[in-house]
Structure formats: structure tokens, C-alpha cells
Design a protein around this ligand. Structure first.
Ligand code: SAH
Ligand code: SF4
Ligand code: F3S
Length: 471
């Protein structure tokens, strides 16, 4: 727990812009938590902000370059504010900061703070130093201390859906990926800290908790000393719990109606975790399990550590455990050396599995990663053609999945009001946005019959209690 001194009233404004994965979204929330006691209240406006944090993503070139265009605009805002006698602290956080700290301060000397994903618990101290000194404060080491021990209690955003980071970093070193370099080695938070944070989130109104990690199913955390009077069963190794055990524990927390976890690696889907999908009712029937490619040769070149067949078997076993489970994935087309035939293997895998949704990307060479130095780059035009073909197939599968849901009665977690008056909006067990006429409190889980598909959502009608009793 951090000691930030007395809480000051909201005297300053903070703008945080977030790119990248859900872990960055979580980190942005934690940065807001840690700056709140210093008097920083959130704003959406750069003109109004006394401090701006860009929480950045380095995963593909496009994502990285956005930071520099944003910094160009912020320089003008900072100058305009200065002319009015107002100071502005500009901070760059996240994975671009970690990877390119020195380059950022060279290209954008108006940046005051550069901080990596493992150092943001020290933000109050950095802000104080930045206010005192000229020149940028740079903190991009991987400190031995656990930042989670130094953060204030997670408050969540008070909404019904909350993120909870349980694992960080990656030791897998896929050929194309910057994450092991920007986030560091794999680290699992102890179970007791996670359970305490989940209880707190539930007390603040969270009904659905998504556990996060770059390799969330590689989580192997210290077991709690005592667990609600029961002896640890399942997949427990001595003093260490695996993810299935943790999910079983979190499912017992009053108020937690839904659990998810993301992102998983096929190699870490252990038997107990697959079984958990059939055994824990609040574990949602939805799994994001990236495969990247359907070609064994490309998977080996990517250093993924498994073959296409392992993925197919996992899909079958997950569906045996939980027949209504929806699978989603990530794909990269045009990894160096990928042939047209090997790309076709990816298309065959997609046809065989049937995905409810997916992210697909053109391979983007990232500085310092092994693939960036590999021969036989795939020409850009060829990558475009492959991506279009893959995305057309994936879109078709997603449409098929959504259409197959029409007519079903499903539990919808209400997250707010719809776009039109008299509507509620929410999400299905498969993360589809749903809207329906009627009223229900935010956080309620309401049975609804799905009626029709729309470009980005499904419409539904609420099922009255007597109808659901009869169903
Ligand atoms: N830990 C997750 C992925 C994290 S990165 C996993 O192991 O699958 C999110 C996605 O970005 C990856 O799944 C991959 O599809 C994509 N990605 C990562 N590096 C990339 C690169 N250099 N070019 C294109 N896409 C990339
Ligand atoms: Fe990147 Fe591979 Fe680690 Fe996923 S498993 S974060 S793709 S290195
Ligand atoms: Fe991007 Fe870093 Fe997440 S590179 S995807 S923000 S771990």
C-alpha cells in the first residue's frame, strides 16, 4: 500500500489516452488511482489537462507511430497553456516508453516523464521530480520490487465490468513479438492479493471480472495461507495454484456473476482449466485462444512451441467440456517465409475450428525481435491479399455465429442505457453487445431472447419472469 500523504481536493485535471491491450486499460485505471490522492481528477480535454499520460502500445509499427503524432499536437497545447500561465506535465507510459524511452525524449523534448509498465507505482515521485527539474524523468527499469505492493487499493471504474491483472510479462519469445522485451519476464501475483482485489471490485459494483495477463493461463501464483475453510483441491502444486483453482475460488465471491480470462496461450491450456469450463457456471462460455497460423512450419518459425493439431484437439476438448463455448483467436499473415500454401493451411484451420470472432494482422517487423532479421519477407501486396481473404472468412464465421444466436434466451449483463430512449444495453455471455426495450438497473443479469443481428450488435426482448420459469 502506498503512502501519498493527505488526500488533496480535486484541484488538477488528468487526461489519460490508452492504446493497446486490455492490460494497458487496466494500467491506465491504476495510474488514475495512484494520482487521485495528489488531487488529479479525470478530464477528456487536452486543453484543460494539467497532466497528460499517453499509455502506449508497441506491438505493431502503426500503433507506435501514433504516439509521435499525438505528441506533436500536445506540444502546441502545452505552449498555448504556458502562454496562459499554466503548466502541463506530459508523460509517455506503456510499451513504447519501455522500448524507445531515449528516442522519445530526443524526438519530443517537451515530454516530462517517460515510464515503463513496471514503474508506474512511482508516479507521484516522478511528478514531483518533473515539477522541480528541467529535463525529462525516465524510469524504464524492471524493478525487483512488486509494483502491486505499492499501489493503492484498486477501485475499478465503479461499473459492472472490471479488469484485474493477475499475471504480467512473457517468457515465450515468439519470433515476431515485442512483449517479452517491453513487459519483462513472466510474473504471477499471489492468489491472496488477487482474491482481495476481486472482493473489492465486487464491493464497488463489478459483476463481471476479466482476469488479465499477457499469458494469463500461464499464471502460477502463491497459494493463500487459508482458504475459506476448505483444503485446496484440483490443480495445486505444493504451494502454488494454477488458474483453474483460482477461478474456482473467485467464483465463490458474492456478487461476481461472470468470470473471464484473457489472453491465453495454447501451450498453457492444462486439463484442469479445460475441465473448469464445464464445471464453473460463472465462467463464461467464451475463450480467446490465439493460434496465429495454421501451418506447422510457420508455427515453428514463429517459435510458438506447438503444432496446428494441438490447437484442433484443444478446440474439440473445450467443446466437449462446454458445448456452447465460443472460440476467438489472433492471426498473423505474412510472417517472413510464409508461402501461399502455408497461408492456405491457416484458412483450412479456420474452416475446421469455426471462430466466433478474431483479430487478424499483417506481420509488422518490430526492431530487436528475431523475425525482423529473417529472410524472405512477404511483399506488402501479398500480405494485403492474404489478409483480405482471411478476414472475409472470419467475418463470415462471425456472422454465422451471431445469426445462430437469434432465437436463444440468454443472460444479458446490463451495462447501461441503449442509444435510443427506453432501451437498455448490455453484453451476452459471448461478449456480443445487446440492446432491448425496457428498463433494468446497471449490473442486473436479465434473461433476454435474442431477436435479430445488426452490424455491431444484437437486438433482444426481455423475458418476463413467468416466461423464463416456463422455458
Ligand atoms: N500473448 C498473446 C498475444 C499478445 S499480442 C499470445 O500469445 O497470443 C496480441 C496480438 O498481436 C498477437 O496475438 C498477434 O496476433 C499480434 N502481433 C504481435 N506481434 C505482431 C507483429 N509483429 N506483427 C503483427 N501482429 C503482431
Ligand atoms: Fe508475444 Fe508470444 Fe508472449 Fe504472446 S506468447 S506475448 S505473442 S511472445
Ligand atoms: Fe501493446 Fe504492450 Fe499490450 S505492446 S498489446 S500494450 S503488452
Amino acid at each position: 500500500m502506498s503512502t501519498n500523504g493527505p488526500v488533496r481536493p480535486n484541484t488538477r485535471k488528468l487526461l489519460i489516452r490508452t492504446w493497446g491491450c486490455q492490460m494497458n486499460v487496466y494500467d491506465s485505471g491504476r495510474m488514475a488511482d495512484i494520482l487521485a490522492p495528489l488531487g488529479y481528477a479525470p478530464t477528456e480535454s487536452a486543453e484543460e489537462a494539467d497532466m497528460v499520460i499517453l499509455n502506449t502500445c508497441h506491438i505493431r509499427e502503426k500503433a507506435s507511430e501514433k504516439v509521435f503524432s499525438d505528441l506533436g499536437r500536445l506540444r502546441l497545447t502545452k505552449n498555448e497553456r504556458q502562454a496562459e500561465g499554466k503548466d502541463t506535465i506530459i508523460a509517455v507510459a506503456g510499451c513504447v516508453a519501455q522500448a524507445e524511452g531515449a528516442e522519445i525524449t530526443a524526438r519530443a523534448p517537451w515530454v516530462d516523464i517517460v515510464l515503463g509498465p513496471q514503474t508506474y507505482h512511482r508516479l507521484p515521485e516522478m511528478v514531483a521530480r518533473a515539477s522541480r527539474a528541467a529535463g525529462a524523468v525516465i524510469e524504464t527499469d524492471f524493478p525487483a520490487e512488486d509494483k502491486f505492493d505499492h499501489l493503492p487499493e484498486a477501485r475499478g471504474n465503479g461499473g459492472p465490468v472490471a479488469f484485474l491483472t493477475i499475471q504480467e510479462g512473457c517468457d515465450k519469445f515468439c519470433s515476431f513479438c515485442v512483449v517479452p522485451y517491453t513487459r519483462g519476464a513472466e510474473f504471477s501475483r499471489p492468489a491472496a492479493a488477487i482474491i482481495a482485489e476481486a472482493r473489492q471490485l465486487a464491493a464497488n459494483g463489478a459483476r463481471e471480472i476479466a482476469l488479465l495477463g499477457q499469458n494469463v493461463n500461464a499464471w502460477a501464483g502463491e497459494a493463500p495461507r487459508t482458504v475459506s475453510g476448505e483444503s485446496p483441491g484440483g490443480n495445486t502444486h505444493g504451494n502454488t495454484w494454477r488458474l483453474a483453482r483460482l477461478l474456482r475460488e473467485l467464483a465463490e465471491i458474492p456478487g461476481v456473476a461472470r468470470l473471464r480470462y484473457t489472453t491465453s496461450h495454447p501451450r498453457d491450456m492444462d486439463d484442469d482449466l479445460i475441465a473448469a469450463h464445464g464445471e464453473i457456471p460463472s465462467l463464461m462460455p467464451y475463450l480467446h485462444l490465439p493460434v496465429q497460423s495454421g501451418s506447422d512450419r510457420v508455427l515453428a518459425a514463429m517459435n510458438r512451441g506447438h503444432k496446428a493439431d494441438l490447437y484442433l484437439r484443444l478446440a474439440d476438448r473445450l467443446r466437449e467440456a462446454r458445448p456452447d463455448i465460443a472460440l476467438t483467436s489472433d492471426f498473423i499473415v505474412g510472417h517472413p517465409g510464409e508461402t501461399a500454401k502455408e497461408f492456405e493451411d491457416t484458412m483450412r484451420l479456420v474452416e475446421r475450428v469455426g471462430f466466433a470472432g478474431a483479430y487478424s494482422f499483417k506481420y509488422s517487423a518490430r526492431p530487436g525481435t528475431p523475425a525482423a532479421g529473417q529472410p524472405f519477407p512477404v511483399p506488402e501486396a501479398e500480405k494485403d491479399t492474404r489478409l483480405q481473404a482471411l478476414q472475409a472468412l472470419l467475418r463470415q464465421q462471425q456472422d454465422d455465429f451471431n445469426r445462430a444466436c437469434v432465437g436463444r434466451v440468454v443472460d444479458v449483463l446490463v451495462t447501461g442505457t441503449g442509444r435510443h430512449p427506453g432501451q437498455v444495453a448490455g453484453r451476452s455471455p459471448w461478449l456480443q453487445p445487446v440492446h432491448a426495450a425496457g428498463a433494468a438497473p446497471v449490473g442486473a443479469v436479465v434473461p433476454m431472447q435474442l431477436r435479430a443481428t445488426h452490424p455491431n450488435s444484437l437486438s433482444a426482448t426481455m423475458v418476463l419472469p413467468e416466461e423464463s420459469a416456463a422455458a
